[in-house]
Design a protein around this ligand. Structure first.
Ligand SMILES: Cc1ncc(COP(=O)(O)O)c(C=O)c1O
Length: 344
C-alpha cells in the first residue's frame, strides 16, 4: 500500500460499515467464454444490507454526519435505489433517523430495494419526476421541515457521491492495488460503472498513485460520455484537494462508453439481460439490470469487437445492485422465455 496516500486518507474520520477486503475472484469459465483472464472485484459482497458500493462511500459521509451532530440522514434516488437501501441501513447502524425522497418511476413496486427500505423503517417520500437525479430541491424542502421540527438533518446527494465519499473508493483502490500485487497481475483494463463517476475517480486516484497505468473504462449507466467526463473532472479536482494531490498530475487513460445505456437509466437492454444470464449460468454470480449487468455487457461488447488481446487480464468491479433484480421480474421472465423460444 502506498503509505503517503494511505496516511492522507487516514486523516479523515470513517465509521465502519462493512468488513473489507472484498475478494478479487478469478472467473475462469466466463473468462474463457469471452477470451479473457477475467477477475471480479466483489464489492457486491460488502456486508451491509445486501451489499454494493455504497457502504464504502457512506463510511466517510456518515462520519461527517455524526461529527456534525446529525439526527436524520436524508437522501434521494430512484424507486429502486440501491443508495436509498444502503443509506437507510447505515442510518440504522449509527442510530439515526432516515428519510428517502424517491422518484415515482415505473418501478414503484413492493419489491427489491424499495421493499428493503420499507423493512428498515425509512420515511419514504415519493415524488413525481421524470429524473430522479434532479430531486435535490425536494430533499431541501424535507430538510427544512425536519429542522423546523427540531431535527438535525444531514443531506447525502444522489448515489452518495460527495468528495468525502469518493475517499471510500480511494480506500478500495488501495485494497485492489494490494490484491493485484499479491497475484502479480498487470491488468490490461479495469471496468467500472459510471453513474456520477465517484467510484471511477476514487479508484483511479489510488491506482495511478501506485503506478497502475492501464485504461480505466467506465460504462455509463445514465449520461452521455461528455457529461460523464465533466463530472469526472470535477470529482478529480475535489478528491485531489482533499488528499493534497496536484490536480494537474497525469491521470492516465480513462474512457467512458455511453453505448450501453439503452433508452434511459435503468433500461434492461437485451445486451444487459444477456450479460446477466451469461454470468449467472457460467459462474453462479448474480449481476443487476442497472449497473453491473451493463458493465459486463459493455465488457463483452468490447471483447466481441476485439478490444483486448486474447487471454489478457481484465478486472471488472462488481458494484452490487442485485436486489433490483426482483423489481425487473417481468423483463427477466420475457427474456428467459425468448431464449427458450417461447412467444410473448
Ligand atoms: C450498484 C451501483 N453501482 C454503481 C453506482 C454508480 O456509482 P457512481 O455514482 O459512483 O458512478 C451505483 C449508484 O447508485 C450503484 O447503486
Amino acid at each position: 500500500m502506498s503509505r503517503p496516500l494511505a496516511d492522507a486518507l487516514a486523516r479523515y474520520p470513517r465509521v465502519s460499515l462493512t468488513r473489507v477486503p472484498t475478494p478479487l475472484d478469478r472467473v475462469t469459465r466466463v473468462g474463457e467464454q469471452i477470451g479473457l483472464d477475467l477477475y471480479l472485484k466483489r464489492d457486491d459482497l460488502t456486508d451491509l444490507a445486501m451489499g454494493g458500493d455504497k457502504p464504502r462511500k457512506l463510511e466517510y459521509e456518515v462520519a461527517r454526519a455524526v461529527s456534525a451532530g446529525a439526527t436524520v440522514l436524508v437522501t434521494v434516488g430512484s424507486a429502486q435505489s440501491n443508495h436509498a437501501r444502503l443509506t437507510t441501513a447505515a442510518a440504522r447502524r449509527v442510530g439515526m433517523g432516515i428519510t428517502v425522497v424517491l422518484g415515482r418511476d415505473d418501478r414503484v413496486t413492493f419489491q427489491g430495494n424499495l421493499l428493503t427500505v420499507r423493512l428498515m423503517g425509512a420515511d419514504v417520500r415519493l415524488v413525481d419526476t421524470a429524473d430522479h437525479w434532479a430531486l435535490e430541491e425536494d430533499a431541501r424542502v424535507v430538510c427544512d421541515k425536519l429542522r423546523a421540527a427540531g431535527e438535525t438533518p444531514h443531506f447525502i446527494p444522489v448515489s452518495g457521491s460527495t468528495p468525502h465519499s469518493c475517499l471510500g473508493y480511494v480506500r478500495a483502490g488501495l485494497e485492489l492495488v494490494d490484491q493485484l500485487g499479491e497475484r502479480e497481475l498487470e491488468p490490461a483494463a479495469i471496468y467500472v460503472p459510471c453513474g456520477t463517476g465517484g467510484i471511477l475517480v476514487g479508484l483511479t486516484t489510488a491506482l495511478r498513485d501506485a503506478g497502475v497505468d492501464c485504461p480505466i473504462v467506465g460504462i455509463s449507466v445514465n449520461r452521455p460520455a461528455a457529461q460523464c467526463y465533466e463530472r469526472i473532472d470535477a470529482w478529480w479536482r475535489a478528491v485531489s484537494e482533499l488528499l493534497e494531490l496536484d490536480p494537474n498530475r497525469p491521470r492516465g487513460p480513462i474512457e467512458v462508453d455511453d453505448g450501453y445505456i439503452g433508452r434511459e437509466y435503468g433500461d434492461p437492454t437485451e445486451a444487459c439481460l444477456d450479460a446477466i444470464l451469461r454470468m449467472g449460468s457460467t459462474e453462479g454470480i448474480l449481476l443487476d439490470p442497472v449497473y453491473s449487468g451493463k458493465v459486463f455487457a459493455g465488457l463483452c461488447g468490447h471483447q466481441a469487437a476485439g478490444r483486448w488481446p486474447g487471454g489478457a487480464s481484465v478486472v471488472m468491479l462488481h458494484s452490487g445492485g442485485t436486489p433490483a433484480l426482483f423489481a425487473y421480474q417481468d423483463a427477466l421472465a420475457v427474456h428467459l422465455d425468448r431464449k427458450k423460444g417461447v412467444e410473448h
